[in-house]
Design a protein around this ligand. Structure first.
Ligand code: GLA
Ligand code: ZN
Length: 698
């Protein structure tokens, strides 16, 4: 999709003309603001300082239900209108948040069963936030009422430009609800999915353990029982919970489309979670808006004692951005909350290093963002997030990142909408399939095998090829790519298999690994030899599939993938080629010498099966080598720790070079470029300072 071909919806035209700029879309370089938590005497000063900072907009009110509806049916928006008016006077546009993520105490006291039940069957308690059941009708009705009252009140208000529905769906302490309402909702959803009980019983294989249902009302939710649930039921429950949240959102969206046709509508979430299907969540919204907290994520990983490596964190963050863009087919997205200081609740991350907050801003833009809002303007002196530091400190002095964020905002305005709304260029795609993630979590096969971990490791390895990566769903046509990666493609539908087959036939390279095509969409195991539907394309049969514990295995590579032997970390699929060429073989135990990686020629393309779980270094080398074979060329050769992406509009092209390291790096330019941030003309060897950024144009 080209930026020029984007036909602007009414809201975008309005905002663009308000700002007196060429119509590409709104400029959303703003900040998350809490007038509800700030003495009114400071609102004017806040707005003045924000305008001086260069901010274009705020997002407000997403946690202010108790102030907007102090008692059921009694509304008070006067304070919010005063705040919007002050902001508007200073030319700060407003995104309003609907407040359903945190219902007030009067509501939970009167309607206690809106509170969600966790996976152990325990009801949560009000007192935090995000403790609600997505199915419960009373909660849905009351959420829609407050959102409708807000919409009616502010639809014509000068300065209001858009909406954020709710806040981070599913990201509470328990991501699924298992209450009676959800059980009934699940049963209704199953009825429309399967039509008949016969079909449902067959699809799940309920004859196993005598689970044949004779009435939809008998179907349980996967709460603790004497044994594990039916895998088909459990997978459908994940799908249902995602659907329930999306359809909850849809009620507010339908209302907003009617009441506020001039405004854009989005919601905020984060990249690397599989608690909700982001493609469904954003399908009918105007653009994706994600929250980004690299330092907080780093702290969280360390706290969990898992994957605390900086490589995992940085891959996850970059992947989150690529997902945000890909969720809506490449359309420019927004960061609704960008980390601006120390971040956390009970414990918090360190202050970002000098330069990092500006670097993270550019990273978002480099991956296809059109706007960034920072979390948050001031730092609260009360409440659970007192230690989530903003752009102002507790005493309202400037935070350490104040000046560099201000500089970034100024620079991005100078780069302008043409860059912010340009397209991202990708030759490679990584398949990220929620069904696979859910089905594998239900039966991982190895207690440490997790879909998201595999996706992140593969992303990290592929990004070494600097190819630009789209993170796509299984329903996407693949013909735009040179190479498509699909790790642990455990659930494979016939349609997806057909798309992969025609992609390879047409000349693409498809790269996958162990556990390919094991399951049907209803989570039954295929009745053919593995890899099931893709056996002909891959040109192999899986002779055996083996999790790795104390009996180790390793891999030796053929000259095509030459490099040191790899250990097989979690898994080995033992392969029997049927026409495929062998690129690596196992080194230990009963299967020593047997094929571990194969490449098949199929039609005009190639299909590669990586049977063993490679260590980090080998995975990076193998995937990078395959990218090279597929004809992927990096726009620039750069050292490790430096990221390069390309954005494009018509025949203009911008190369973003980002140094994520604490020391300066050098890069050799193959031609003459201008750095648009400094105006310097550059050739040959150039430096990129610590946490530095270059935006290059030929
Ligand atoms: C999230 C939420 C915000 C706030 C910040 C910091 O992403 O959307 O409400 O809680 O993180 O915790
Ligand atoms: Zn529920």
């Amino acid at each position: 999709m080209s930026a020029a071909s984007i036909r602007l919806p009414l809201w975008a035209q309005t905002v663009a003309s308000l700002a007196g700029a060429p119509a590409a879309g709104p400029l959303l370089l703003g900040v998350d603001y809490y007038p509800d938590q700030t003495p009114e005497a400071l609102w004017e000063e806040d707005a003045r300082m924000m305008a001086d900072f260069g901010f274009t907009n705020v997002r407000i009110a997403e946690f202010a239900w108790a102030l907007m509806e102090p008692a059921e049916g009694k509304f008070d928006f006067a304070w919010l209108r005063r705040s919007v008016d002050i902001l508007h006077k200073h030319n700060i546009a407003v995104i309003l948040g609907t407040p359903s993520a945190a219902p007030p105490p009067w509501l939970t006291a009167k309607y206690p069963d809106i509170v969600e039940v966790n996976e152990k069957g325990e009801r949560l308690h009000p007192g935090g936030r995000r403790f609600t059941c997505p199915t419960n009708q009373a909660y849905r009705r009351l959420s829609l009422i407050i959102a409708s009252e807000m919409a009616r009140t502010f639809t014509e208000t000068q300065g209001v430009i858009g909406w954020q529905i709710d806040n981070e769906f599913t990201l509470g302490s328990s991501q699924r609800c298992y209450c009676n309402y959800c059980q009934a909702g699940f049963q209704t959803w199953l009825r429309s999915r399967y039509g008949t009980l016969d079909n449902l019983n067959q699809s799940w294989g309920t004859v196993f353990w005598s689970q044949t249902y004779t009435d939809f009302s008998q179907i349980p939710v996967p709460l603790p029982s004497g044994g594990d649930p039916n895998p088909g039921l459990a997978l459908d429950y994940d799908r249902y919970q995602s659907y329930a949240n999306v359809s909850f959102q849809q009620e507010q969206l339908d209302m907003l489309r009617k009441t506020c046709p001039r405004h854009f509508v989005t919601t905020n979430n984060v990249g690397l979670v599989d608690t909700i299907n982001m493609r469904d969540l954003y399908e009918k919204l105007d653009f994706t808006a994600f929250d980004n907290y690299p330092g907080f994520f780093d702290m969280l990983m360390a706290q969990q004692g898992r994957m605390g490596s900086s490589a995992f964190v940085s891959s996850s963050i970059a992947l989150g951005h690529d997902l945000a863009r890909s969720v809506k087919g490449g359309k420019p997205f927004m960061i609704m909350e960008e980390q601006s200081g120390k971040a956390g609740q009970k414990t918090f991350s360190p202050q970002p290093e000098k330069g990092q907050a500006r670097l993270w801003t550019y990273q978002a833009i480099a991956h296809g963002a059109m706007g960034v809002n920072y979390f948050r303007w001031d730092t609260a002196t009360f409440g659970a997030e007192e230690y989530w530091h903003g752009i102002l400190n507790h005493d309202r002095s400037k935070s350490p990142a104040f000046d560099e964020i201000k500089q970034g905002v100024r620079e991005l305005k100078a780069l302008g909408r043409e860059v912010l709304y340009s397209n991202y260029v990708a030759d490679a795609a990584l398949v990220f399939d929620y069904d696979c993630s859910w089905a594998l979590a239900i039966q991982p096969g190895h207690f440490r095998l997790a879909y998201l971990d595999q996706i992140v490791s593969w992303y990290g390895a592929i990004s070494a090829s600097r190819s630009g990566i789209d993170v796509i769903g299984p329903e996407i046509d693949l013909s735009a790519y040179k190479i498509v990666f699909a790790p642990v493609a455990y659930v494979m539908s016939e349609k997806q298999a057909a798309r992969i087959r025609s992609f390879v036939q047409g000349g693409g390279m498809f790269v996958t690994n162990f556990r390919l095509g094991v399951k049907t969409e209803t989570s039954q195991i295929v009745r053919t030899p593995l890899p099931g539907l893709l056996r002909d394309v891959m040109g192999v049969t899986v002779e055996d599939y083996i999790p790795v514990y104390s009996a180790k295995n390793g891999m030796k590579f053929s000259p095509a993938l030459a490099g040191p032997d790899s250990e097989c970390v979690l898994w080995t699929d033992i392969l029997q080629p049927a026409g495929a060429e062998v690129l690596a073989s196992y080194t230990m135990g009963a299967h020593a010498g047997q094929p571990a990686i194969t490449m098949n020629s199929f039609g005009k393309g190639k299909a590669v099966y990586i049977g063993g779980d490679l260590n980090e270094a080998s995975l990076a080398r193998v995937l990078r080598t395959l990218s090279g074979m597929a004809g992927v060329k990096p726009p620039l050769e750069v050292p490790a720790g430096v990221e390069v992406t390309v954005r494009k509009a018509g025949n203009k092209q911008w190369i973003f070079v980002l140094n994520h390291g604490a020391s300066s790096q050098s890069v050799n330019l193959p031609a003459a470029f201008v750095d648009l941030l400094t105006g310097e003309k550059l050739t040959g060897k150039i430096d990129i300072g610590a946490y530095g950024v270059r935006v290059l144009q030929a």
